[in-house]
Design a binder for this molecule. Structure first.
Ligand code: ZN
Ligand code: FE
Length: 257
């Protein structure tokens, strides 16, 4: 049995999710990224928690924009990706692939997952079956490839796909409904996808989050994890093509969807 972990989801900005990760054993609390310092402070005080750490996934302002304010007001330690440390405001500790980050008694393994940005990292709380993946893997989608190559992004997604199927994937945006429309357009006969899309519509109609989701469900329904799917290959006119080429074409089509 591992120590308990407490997670709070913070909808903020237009479609971001901030997260608090709390260790009840030591009372330490981390925020995954800092999309909105005020929203994070509100969530901390609602729970009676004090911020001890910031864990940044990448340098974009909707992920690291609240770093300075939170550090100034709480004295927290800011941990972020070594490969883009120059762009992470007020960073204290630089981490990269295979490093271990501890929030009290909670331990996370760092994965380098370049593609969306070149230094993007994910935090896997392996003992708890929870991964914070920033803008790399989304519910039914994946991040836009801004700085890296399609090949890098596909390799990063494959690293995440090697986690156990019951891993809960916490992504940084509520993009699921738009992703669902695209996913249906490329795999219209995927029954698991059709079923999931109905559930997503119902959740969003009530303004409820569709995040987190399990890795296993993403593997069955997320086209960006399914370049080996015959159905997807057929829609793209790429039957028998390499996974990297199918992934790349899927990403291109989504960019223009
Ligand atoms: Zn981003
Ligand atoms: Fe983002």
């Amino acid at each position: 049995m591992s120590n308990p972990i407490e997670i709070r989801q913070i909808p903020c900005l237009s479609d971001n999710y901030g997260y608090l990760v709390h260790d009840p054993v030591t009372n330490m609390t981390a925020t995954i990224d800092t999309p909105d310092a005020e929203a994070i402070k509100d969530a901390l005080s609602e729970n009676g928690w004090n911020l001890s750490h910031v864990l940044n996934t990448h340098h974009h302002p909707d992920h690291a924009g609240g770093n300075r304010q939170l550090k100034k007001e709480t004295g927290c330690t800011i941990i972020g990706p070594r490969a883009e440390a120059n762009n992470i405001p007020a960073i204290d500790e630089e981490v990269g692939d295979g490093d271990c980050v501890s929030i009290g008694s909670l331990n996370a393994v760092v994965y380098d997952v370049p593609g969306h940005t070149l230094g993007h990292i994910a935090y896997w709380f392996k003992d708890h079956g929870v991964a914070f993946v920033g803008d790399t893997l989304f519910a039914l989608g994946c991040g836009r490839v801004f700085e890296g190559t399609h090949r890098q992004m596909w390799e990063s997604l494959q690293k995440l796909m090697a986690m156990p199927d019951d891993t809960l994937i916490y992504c940084a945006h509520e993009y699921t409904q738009a992703n669902a429309k695209f996913a249906l357009s490329v795999e219209p006969q995927n029954t698991a996808l059709v079923e999931r899309c109905d559930q997503i519509s119902a959740l969003r109609a009530e303004n409820k989050p569709t995040v987190p989701s399990s890795l296993g469900l993403e593997k069955k329904t997320n086209p960006f994890l399914r370049p080996t799917s015959k159905m997807l290959q057929e829609t793209l006119g790429m039957l028998g093509s390499n996974p990297i080429d199918v992934f790349s074409e899927t990403r291109r089509r989504k960019d223009n969807f």
